[in-house]
Write a protein that binds this ligand. Structure first.
Ligand SMILES: [Zn+2]
Length: 266
């Protein structure tokens, strides 16, 4: 395990460095990714492969139609472009925790939990990154009212299809990385965890995430300081609950549902 951890640190460092240079991660994000990646590979190569598949696909999707998406969500989303350490941990901490659990008490249930967390996160990323390319504006998942592109809790037919695809992609990867002794039960459990986790993401994003308002531009936003330089006012939701918090909550649900489904499906 020590040998694999050392090898893992080198692999994770190479990927984190490349992602930092490519602008997918900030410097703090790269350090967080190095930490998460080393733990993953220490837990097993299958864990490392799964994390790399997740990370590479999410980073690639962020780049598809980047200019169109930046224009459509301008001034609404709190963070864009490179992921910082808070974002990396919001999406990867539960997976890292599952990897540590695997090291302490090996069980396939931990892989189901970790992959379930990644599936919920990937589902949100795919839904957001592909959904923002839809021509029609999204509708709020709770009220079905039309909202501006990039609004948390906003969904579209394309976005929902992308969410399901993101979950299935990670579920399939979690099955395949196990090699020829792989357990198909993992894929089913992870699909379930990812779907429930991402629905929780949209619902909590719509109902509880902090909403703000720029009086200068008369527009809704998630930013504390708007693009125009105005400090925004609270407009609803839970004050401290930002998009990172919502994502973290969704990975917890994804992991729990996935692990429970895996144990019950014997
Ligand atoms: Zn403004």
């Amino acid at each position: 395990m020590i040998g694999r951890a050392i090898a893992g640190a080198f692999v994770a460092a190479a990927i984190a460095l490349a992602a930092w240079r490519a602008g997918s991660l900030t410097r703090s994000g790269a350090v967080a990714a190095l930490f998460t990646g080393t733990l993953a590979i220490a837990a097993g190569w299958a864990w490392g492969e799964l994390l790399i598949i997740y990370f590479a696909s999410s980073s690639l999707l962020s780049r598809v139609g980047a200019r169109v998406k930046a224009e459509r969500s301008i001034g609404i989303v709190e963070k864009g472009g490179a992921r910082d350490a808070t974002q990396v941990f919001a999406n990867g901490a539960i997976f890292a925790l599952a990897a540590v659990s695997q090291l302490i008490l090996p069980s396939d249930t931990w892989l189901a939990a970790g992959a379930g967390a990644l599936a919920a996160s990937a589902s949100d990323t795919w839904g957001t990154e592909i959904g923002m390319l839809a021509k029609a504006p999204p509708r709020m998942i709770t009220t079905w009212r039309v909202v501006p592109t990039g609004t948390s809790g906003g969904v579209s037919a394309l976005g929902l299809a992308a969410m399901a695809s993101g979950t299935l992609f990670i579920a399939l990867a979690a099955w395949l990385v196990q090699g020829n002794y792989g357990n198909a039960r993992v894929a089913i459990a992870v699909s379930l965890g990812g779907i429930v986790g991402s629905l929780v993401d949209s619902l909590v994003g719509a109902l509880a995430q902090s909403r703000r308002y720029c009086a200068t531009c008369s527009s809704a936003t998630e930013r504390v300081v708007h693009d125009c330089g105005t400090r925004t006012e609270r407009a609803g939701g839970v004050k401290w609950l930002n998009n990172d918090g919502v994502n973290a909550a969704s990975t917890i649900i994804g992991a729990l549902v996935s692990a429970c489904a895996f144990m019950l499906a014997r």
